[in-house]
Every structure is written in structure tokens, then in C-alpha cells.
Design a protein around this ligand. Structure first.
Ligand SMILES: Nc1nc2c(ncn2[C@@H]2O[C@H](COP(=O)(O)OP(=O)(O)OP(=O)(O)O)[C@@H](O)[C@H]2O)c(=O)[nH]1
Ligand SMILES: [Mg+2]
Length: 201
């Protein structure tokens, strides 16, 4: 049984920066010199987070953006409490594909919380590449969603804020928290049996 309280999945086109975002969040690092390596299928990691005076284990699934793995990545959406859909503001294609990711997600998890994440803010800010998605377009699209963040995995800007908002929203969700408590109770009752070393019978 999973020890994670919340499941978060990252999706979006290849090369938008999903893996870099997770690495920045979990290890506080960014290696711009490393050659780009596309994720195959999906990668998992977990991080302990603090919200409303309590600790929570957050499980993060970083899915592959490549169309080659699409049928496989969909399987990771199941049971997710929150989805972070990433796009690169300097890449219009990654924005146009957003609707596709949203549709795919909603087929599997109709009610999960959805956050938009514009990546590579440092590039946008420096003007090294031209912005192809206007702020107004993003603001309009984000209205019905749970939040929008513009992050930079290079500088770390807004990365912590994004994940903290996701966890705070989960903790504020009474129905979800009821399930979390139940899940924790089940783990407590199962654990002693698992660690029993000697049979007394
Ligand atoms: N300058 C800058 N570069 C970034 C940032 N985030 C990611 N990159 C670069 O963008 C490229 C792609 O990043 P990844 O994190 O591997 O992208 P991905 O979305 O995981 O790609 P797939 O696994 O193929 O879906 C890499 O060369 C990163 O170094 C950022 O915030 N700033
Ligand atoms: Mg990746």
C-alpha cells in the first residue's frame, strides 16, 4: 500500500521542462550543462511537505512528453489528486497541445485539481527567446483551473510556491483529507503484521 498521502502528476509536451521542475523542487538543483534526456514512460519521486501544521508525503509522477510513450503515460493519471500541466511560453506548439493533455487527463480523472505551469521563466525574462503565448491568453485559459504559475527551474523562482499551493489545496479539501486519514489508519493496522518476526502460535 502506498505511503504517499497525495499523488501529483506532471504532464505536457516533450522538452517543456517537467523533469527539470521536479529535480529543482526535490533536490534544489539545476544542471543546464547536462544534455537533454527525454523521460521514458514516467519517473517517480516523493517529498515530505508541510501544510497547516502537519507533514504530508507527496508522490510525484513525472511523465514523458514524447508522443511515442503516450499510451503508457496515460496509465499514470489514474488516482491522481492534482495535475500540473506544463507548457513553454516561448513554444506555441506546447501551448496548443495543452487542450490535448487536459482531455486525456479528464477522461481518466474527471475531478482532479489542475494547475498550469509556464516553464523557463528565466528565458522569458531575459528575452533570449520570444514569447509566443501571451499573458492574456494564459490568464483567460487559467480562469476555470486551480492555479497558474510561471516558474524557472534554473533560478528556482516560483517552484516551491507551485508545489506548496498544490499541497495546501489538497489539505483544504475535506473529502480528500477524509480519504488520507482513512488511508493512514489502514497503514497503521497493516504495519505491525508486516514486521512481525516470530510466530507465537
Ligand atoms: N533555461 C532554462 N532551461 C530549462 C528550464 N527547464 C528546463 N530547461 C531545459 O529544457 C530542456 C528540457 O528539459 P526537461 O526537464 O528534460 O524536459 P521534459 O519536459 O522533462 O522533457 P520530456 O521528458 O521529453 O517530456 C533541458 O535542456 C533543460 O535543461 C528552465 O527553467 N530554464
Ligand atoms: Mg522529462
Amino acid at each position: 500500500m502506498s505511503r504517499c498521502d497525495f499523488k501529483v502528476v506532471l504532464l505536457g509536451c516533450e522538452h517543456v521542462g517537467k523533469t527539470s521542475l521536479v529535480i529543482r523542487f526535490v533536490t534544489c538543483s539545476f544542471n543546464g550543462n547536462a544534455p537533454y534526456q527525454n523521460t521514458i514512460g514516467a519517473a517517480f519521486c516523493a517529498k515530505k511537505m508541510y501544510s497547516k501544521g502537519r507533514d504530508f508525503n507527496v508522490g510525484i509522477w513525472d511523465t514523458a512528453g514524447s508522443e511515442r510513450y503516450e499510451s503508457m503515460t496515460k496509465t499514470y493519471y489514474r488516482g491522481t489528486h492534482a495535475a500540473i500541466i506544463c507548457y513553454d511560453p516561448c513554444d506555441i506548439y506546447s501551448w496548443e497541445r495543452l487542450q490535448h493533455w487536459m482531455r486525456e487527463l479528464r477522461i481518466v480523472e474527471e475531478d482532479c485539481k489542475v494547475y498550469l505551469c509556464g516553464t523557463k521563466k528565466d528565458i522569458v525574462d531575459s528575452g533570449a527567446a520570444a514569447r509566443e503565448v501571451s499573458e492574456e491568453t494564459v490568464a483567460n485559459y487559467s480562469k476555470g483551473l486551480n492555479g497558474h504559475f510561471l516558474t524557472s527551474s534554473k533560478t528556482g523562482e516560483n517552484v516551491e510556491e507551485l508545489f506548496q499551493k498544490v499541497v495546501d489545496d489538497c489539505v483544504a479539501d475535506l473529502k480528500l483529507m477524509k480519504d488520507v486519514e482513512e488511508h493512514r489508519r489502514q497503514l497503521i493496522t497493516i504495519e505491525p503484521v508486516k514486521h512481525k518476526r516470530f510466530c507465537a502460535c
